[in-house]
Design a protein. Structure first.
Length: 561
């Protein structure tokens, strides 16, 4: 560190561009290391990237704490949050632009594999961003030395020493319980579980914090199951079984709140989030209408037959999908990606895709209506493909017949109304005509057209995330606003890097699923950072998206149009 301090003092008040010469690795007497991987070219530019390594012996970690991959992920979450807190407490060094900023890729309540922290054999590595102090475009050498040689190492060291053994044990025990709970749900033939006492509502539409004084979740007695977790012991709650489940009720009674909790239930959550014991099948995909999205080479014929003008739907492509065709495409693509559970809210669905009553059937003859409503496909979808559905509905009783369970939300309290719904369906027949049984087409996997993509993929074409909801590819943009299970901008940044990896590593005629499977095998073996073009240096702020979101990003790429 002394060498770095001398360099910075010599650079005091010189041109900011000369900071590039400080890149490298420096070691302090106490064993702490600082690696400066990227130096910003301007105080207003993207901040510099650094890694700080703290000797493992400084922490209270033990070898057995890393006995499972999920434990390691939860500890990354714990140490990243601790570092974020200590960074905010540091005295800010002032200057031009981003001067003095210290930042780590802090997570929300979802526990996701991140590149922000890495546990090495002898040290804990924190991947940070920082703004090297400047006055205008002149280097503030003394302040830069204070930031890099003292504040950054102190930030990481304080984070490590602030984490007690009790914090570590609480974190890995919750992770163990979550792993075991998910295993038991599968054994019980369930696709989701919500523990009694869970707090599902959030503080606001822009906050992930639990709502204060919210009605705690309480399962209907008919659906209560008891799980035996290794650390918490007995936990009771509502099991949603595989099949077709409706969530009904009046407006503002908690239907969508429950579904949103289930959407996020594909991820484990940190303690005291209120949803840490809400678990959904990890392959669950939120299905919605997505007007004007591009669709490429998708077989939607199970839901939509030949379109006017004899346009076939077994190999459907468009740059401007309607609500119904986009929802059909989203469903077909999720099937291809291997989803075993669809989550659907009528508020974000195309009405003509979901229902078609008897009166409309009489007005518009079957030979003039290419859409087979989902109410006629939901049952064979489960029975043929084993794909369950959880639907939020408030306006149609046509789904009472194919449903296995009907839950009515009453002032945020779920009530089992299955028997009543079935009785209503029997006493008030829908009088709809039913289409003939339709054999779902086999999931025709698509090959990445490697040669054509690589020919169009200019080597200097930049791919990056712009916030959580947009990918920028060259001058084009990919809209991810309706890919609702992305929870972090860092997942979108990882998507950008993963798309580049897939394009660069795809083989001629290789299927999309094959190259994505190889990518996730690489991540599992070598870590998320191994996909980054910057690795083994600071890999950037990335968090692992599920493969279902990577499929979704590929399905929206502009070079598939």
């Amino acid at each position: 560190m002394n060498e770095l301090e001398k360099k910075l003092q010599q650079l005091d008040h010189q041109s900011y561009a000369k900071l590039k010469q400080i890149a490298g690795t420096y070691r302090a007497d106490d064993g702490v290391e600082l690696a400066i991987d990227y130096v910003q070219g301007d105080p207003f530019a993207a901040p510099s990237r650094v890694r700080v390594r703290i000797p493992m012996q400084t922490s209270r970690l033990r070898r057995e704490d890393f006995s499972t991959p999920s434990r390691t992920i939860s500890l990354k979450h714990l140490f990243t949050k601790a570092c974020s807190k200590t960074a905010h407490k540091q005295k800010t060094i002032t200057g031009t632009g981003k001067s003095g900023m210290i930042m780590i890729d802090a997570p929300g309540p979802e526990v996701i594999d991140r590149a922000s922290v890495s546990f090495l054999s002898d040290s804990i590595e924190f991947r940070l961003s920082t703004g090297i102090p400047a006055a205008g475009r002149k280097i503030l050498g003394k302040k830069a030395a204070e930031l890099l040689t003292k504040q950054l190492p102190e930030t990481a060291l304080k984070a490590v020493t602030a984490i007690t053994r009790a914090d570590i044990e609480k974190t890995i025990q919750l992770q163990d319980d979550q792993d075991e709970g998910r295993r038991q749900i599968e054994t019980l033939q369930g696709c989701a579980f919500i523990a009694n006492g869970s707090v599902l509502p959030r503080a606001s539409g822009i906050s992930s914090a639990p709502m204060k004084n919210a009605v705690p979740f309480q399962s209907p007695s008919s659906q209560v199951v008891e799980l035996e977790l290794p650390h918490r012991g007995k936990v009771r709650g509502m099991l949603i079984k595989k099949g077709v489940t409706l969530i009904a009720g009046g407006g503002y009674h908690g239907k969508s709140t429950l579904l949103q909790a289930l959407e996020r239930g594909v991820y484990n959550h940190e303690a005291e989030d209120g949803r840490e014991l809400v678990w959904t099948d990890e392959s669950a995909v939120k299905i919605r209408a997505e007007d004007r999205r591009s669709v490429w080479n998708v077989d939607i014929s199970a839901f939509i037959n030949t379109l006017p003008g004899k346009k076939q739907t077994t190999n459907f492509s468009t740059e401007d999908a309607s609500g119904s065709t986009s929802q059909a495409a989203n469903m077909a693509e999720a099937m291809q990606a291997g989803s075993r559970l669809f989550l659907i809210d009528e508020d974000t669905s195309a009405t003509n895709f979901m229902i078609r009553d008897a009166r409309m059937q009489r007005l518009v003859s079957p030979d003039k209506e290419p859409i087979t409503p989902f109410t006629d496909r939901i049952r064979p979808l489960y029975e043929t493909h084993g794909i369950s559905s959880i639907l939020v509905l408030g306006g149609s009783g046509d789904y009472f017949e194919p449903a296995d369970e009907v839950i009515v939300m009453d002032e945020y309290v779920p009530k089992d109304r299955t028997k009543e719904a079935k009785a209503i369906a029997a006493s008030l027949p829908a009088e709809r005509s039913r289409p003939a049984d339709h054999e779902f087409p086999k999931n025709r996997d698509r090959s990445i057209p490697a040669s054509s993509i690589q020919n169009r993929w200019h080597p200097k074409k930049k791919v990056q995330a712009k916030g959580k909801n947009t990918l920028l590819i060259g001058k084009g943009a990919v809209d991810l606003h309706d890919v609702e299970q992305l929870v972090s901008p860092s997942q979108s940044e990882a998507l950008a890097q993963m798309i580049v990896w897939c394009v660069q590593n795809s083989r001629n005629d290789e299927s999309l699923s094959s190259v994505i499977d190889r990518l996730y095998e690489t991540v599992q073996q070598s870590g998320l950072e191994s996909v980054s073009p910057f690795f083994p240096k600071h890999p950037g702020n990335t968090a692992l998206p599920r493969k279902y979101e990577l499929y979704a990003a590929f399905n929206r790429l502009p070079f598939y149009k």
